[in-house]
Design a protein around this ligand. Structure first.
Ligand SMILES: Nc1ncnc2c1ncn2[C@@H]1O[C@H](COP(=O)(O)OP(=O)(O)OP(=O)(O)O)[C@@H](O)[C@H]1O
Ligand SMILES: [Mg+2]
Length: 846
């Protein structure tokens, strides 16, 4: 009995009237006033065959295609088509029911007229129905062969109140908006909307077209009250508008995003085309592949490897044209080229190493011994920590070249980094990668250049390191030179630690006083002092002459230096602690002879003392001492400067006045205080030395330390200042060949000072015959070469009375026995203090 209708969604097999198109949606192409009384007025019979519907509601006034799937509806259709073509379309409550009974159907349906039946080739049928009016199912009139029900038709009754009109207006507005927002609904639908005059018809028309659930649609069908129906439709439609609006917003957003990425894609393609045109093909993939291989081969530690992988990933995504890309490439290049695990094998045999060290440098036994010790320790304990050495000494004594020689002896790479003038911490430790043009610091740069992680690394001239607003490079060096920290030295640019613990660091300095304290503390200091004349002669003969000859392209047979000639160069053409000037002069002689040889001038193949003037001109230096005449008020002091030892002539003079003391010659505070102490001593002890107290009080004094352009400081000129004052006051000259050094206290004690070795060497160079020095410094003389010790008479002094007696024999005789006893006294406290000073004075310029 129930052949039935399914949804209207499958139109494929339906033959449609070309005039009418039934889309996927329930499209209503015609609508009119519903129910009897409208244009399509039709009398509704009291009983109608029931057409059960699945998932669809037919509203009055609408036309709808219905697909017939249940064969048993056929009979119903045949019957209807043969008669008045009227059926009652009623939705069934559950769509899966094949043969619904009355109870399985909703109790309100729509009386419909069948407009058309269409059959396709495969036998499927579709009918087109026109809803006429609502009907209520009252009772069953017939059950077989199809359901026929007694029905009661319901028509809309309405009075046009302003409320209804306002409602209709609102509904129309919302509907219009919904149509505008629905891309699938043609704009003509708006015309249809306007053409429906009846409020009930309008509600039905819209209800049919709204996408609502069956239950809701059925509810609208069952709502007989028109105002109520309009209200419900209005709510539903407003809701739909809201949904449509939101979905449109989403659409717009999506489109915008699409547009952006499309635009970028488009520009990128263009860029690629331009690059190709310019011959710069896109080689990002090539870069990534290349670095993948290199990262894998670079033997990096695990955490560095991770960093490299991260950077590789980044390289794959950053635009190739951006500066970031080349930065990433640079960074990877650094990571791949650093010798993370590449080291040279140490040559640990003592004898060959000693041979190399001796072949490069004369003397310097202390340093050479230290290096050989290091080798021995390495041999026994290969994992041991290397020393961090610091060579200090005057210029030209071979500190830098020794470092190179050590590297050669050990079979390691050699790096020399000059710290002179380094002001910026970033020079040592690099710039962070956020800076444009950032690079690793010099330490990492040099390590990469060396290509091994255990080179000999010379930090040349640590005493010249600067410090300003850009940070303190010395602080960065602390980390480098601290064995506990340098295994994880982290450069700002690399941001990953590099192990520096295998590097052998050697620092050099001229003047230890200028090395920042904490740095000094981390290093093992080895002093290299200036050379004596004899040592210089040996160095010249064995090292400098052969080296210079070969550099000039001459050989031993073409040019020979006499010892006498070399001695003359040393004493008359140079005045220095090291041998740099000497080497230069030898070079000058070689060049001069090479020139003569090339231009065909005949000169003998020997350099003698007499021929020297032809090559070097007049001697530059003469013995200062020899040229001096003894005159009252001048004393010969000894100073220790960054360029080695030096002799100083301290001058004092006296003029009528009232006891004022004037000091000149760029002297520092400590030296100034020494002068004042000397003056005070004279005031209270002067009478013992035969100084006229009246004269003393009625004079002004001026002490000058010549070579006024050079700043001088330190307490060690105290003795010389006292001597010069006594000399001018007693009118007794001091022998200029007597040099002196020592600090004085107000109590008249002479305290030990530093730099004795350099001072004595300088005195020796200058031709001193006698040197007065604090008694406690006598042991320092042991370090001196024998010739220097033999050439000079050393006089130890403990007190100023001893000093006066030694320098002014005439005055000394006058010193009373009693005062002698008095000055001998200070022993306990002062002496203890003196010894403390002595132990620290090595670092002082004195
Ligand atoms: N003991 C030595 N034997 C052989 N050559 C030496 C010796 N001492 C110095 N020289 C030579 O003197 C020259 C200068 O030495 P170097 O440059 O190493 O001096 P330095 O101590 O580093 O001076 P500075 O403090 O000015 O840097 C070099 O050519 C070096 O080979
Ligand atoms: Mg040097």
């Amino acid at each position: 009995m129930t052949r039935d209708v399914v949804d209207n969604k499958s139109k494929d097999s339906v033959e449609v009237d070309p005039q009418e198109e039934y889309g996927d949606e329930t499209v209503v192409v015609r609508a009119g006033p519903t129910g009897p009384g409208g244009d399509d007025e039709e009398r509704i019979p009291d009983s109608l065959p029931v057409l059960p519907l699945r998932e669809v509601v037919v509203f009055p006034g609408t036309v709808m295609p219905l697909r017939i799937e249940r064969k048993r509806v056929q009979r119903l259709l045949d019957n209807a088509l043969a008669g008045n073509r009227m059926v009652c379309a009623v939705p069934q409550r559950f769509s899966d029911m094949e043969h619904p009974k009355l109870d399985d159907l909703y109790r309100v349906g729509t009386a419909c007229k069948i407009l058309k039946l269409m059959r396709t080739d495969d036998g499927a049928e579709t009918i087109i129905v026109h809803g006429i009016c609502r009907v209520g199912l009252v009772s069953i009139a017939q059950e077989q062969p199809f359901l026929v029900a007694d029905v009661q038709s319901r028509t809309d009754e309405i009075t046009f109140t302003p409320e209804v009109e306002a409602l209709m207006h609102s509904v129309r507005q919302n509907a219009r908006r919904a149509i505008e927002l629905s891309p699938n609904v043609p704009d003509e639908a708006i015309d249809v909307l306007e053409s429906v005059p009846a409020p009930g018809g309008l509600a039905d028309f819209l209800a049919a077209n709204l996408s609502l659930e069956l239950v809701l649609k059925q509810e609208l069908l069952e709502t007989f009250d028109v105002t109520d129906r309009l209200n419900k439709v209005n709510t539903a439609i407003a809701r739909q508008v809201e949904v449509l609006e939101i979905s449109q917003q989403i659409q717009t957003q999506v489109r915008h995003q699409m547009d952006e990425s499309q635009r970028e894609y488009y520009l990128r393609e263009q860029l690629k085309a331009i690059q190709q045109e310019l011959g710069q093909a896109d080689n990002r993939n090539a870069d990534v592949d290349r670095y993948k291989v290199r990262v894998a081969e670079a033997k990096m530690p695990e955490d560095v490897r991770k960093e490299a992988d991260r950077e590789l990933k980044r390289l794959g995504v950053i635009p190739q044209a951006s500066p970031e890309y080349s930065n990433a490439l640079d960074y990877l290049e650094w990571l791949c080229t650093l010798p993370w695990n590449t080291s040279t094998t140490d040559r640990l045999e003592i004898t060959p190493a000693a041979k190399i060290l001796n072949a490069d440098h004369y003397g310097l036994d202390k340093v050479k011994k230290r290096i050989l010790e290091f080798l021995a320790v390495r041999k026994l304990n290969p994992e041991g920590q290397g020393p961090i050495l610091c060579f200090t000494g005057p210029p030209g004594v071979g500190k830098t070249s020794l470092g190179r020689s050590i590297a050669r002896a050990l079979g390691r790479k050699f790096i020399r980094m000059s710290l002179g003038g380094v002001h910026d911490e970033a020079d040592i430790r690099g710039h962070r990668r956020t800076y444009i043009g950032a690079m690793p610091g010099r330490i990492i740069q040099e390590i990469r250049k060396a290509g091994s992680n255990n080179p000999v690394f010379m930090l040349d001239e640590v005493d010249k390191i600067g410090k300003d607003f850009r940070g303190d490079p010395a602080a960065a060096l602390l980390e480098v030179l601290d064995p506990a920290q340098n295994a994880t030295f982290t450069d700002h640019y690399l941001e990953v630690p590099f192990d520096l613990s295998n590097v052998m660091f050697i620092a050099t300095a001229n003047y230890t006083g200028a090395i920042p304290g904490p740095l000094w503390d981390r290093m093992e200091v080895i002093e290299i002092s200036g050379y004596t004349e004899r040592e210089k002669l040996q160095i010249a003969r064995r090292y400098l002459v052969p080296r210079r000859l070969s550099e000039t392209g001459l050989d031993k047979k073409q040019l020979k230096f006499d010892d006498e000639a070399l001695r003359n160069i040393i004493s008359q053409y140079t005045r220095e602690a090291g041998v740099r000037g000497l080497e230069r002069k030898i070079g000058a002689v070689c060049r001069s002879r090479a020139m003569a040889l090339v231009s065909g001038k005949r000169r003998s193949g020997r350099v003698t003392a007499r021929s020297l003037q032809k090559d070097l001109g007049h001697p530059t230096y003469e013995s200062e001492i020899a040229a001096r005449e003894a005159s009252p008020g001048v004393a010969t002091g000894l100073a220790f400067t960054p360029v080695g030892g030096e002799i100083l002539f301290v001058e004092a003079t006296r003029m009528p006045g009232n006891g004022r003391l004037k000091l000149t010659g760029q002297i520092g505070d400590v030296m100034r205080e020494s002068a004042e102490a000397a003056y005070s001593i004279i005031r209270y002890r002067g009478s013992d030395w035969g100084i006229n107290q009246k004269l003393l009080a009625a004079s002004d004094y001026h002490i000058h330390v010549p070579a006024g352009a050079i700043p001088k400081d330190g307490p060690s000129a105290g003795v010389a200042m006292l001597t010069s004052l006594v000399s001018t006051l007693t009118d007794q000259p001091v022998d200029p060949r007597t040099g002196m050094t020592g600090e004085i206290t107000l109590r008249g004690t002479v305290l030990p000072v530093g730099g004795i070795r350099e001072k004595v060497l300088a005195g020796h160079r200058a031709g001193l015959k006698r040197i007065l020095l604090p008694q406690r410094n006598i042991r320092d003389l042991e370090e001196l070469p024998k010739d220097v010790r033999d050439d000079i008479e050393y006089v130890p002094i403990k007190s100023i009375d001893q000093l006066i007696r030694q320098v002014f024999p005439v005055v000394g005789k006058k010193i009373k026995r009693t005062t002698k006893a008095k000055t001998k006294k200070p022993k306990g406290k002062v002496a203890a203090k003196a010894s403390r000073r002595a132990s620290t004075s090595g670092r002082k310029k004195s």
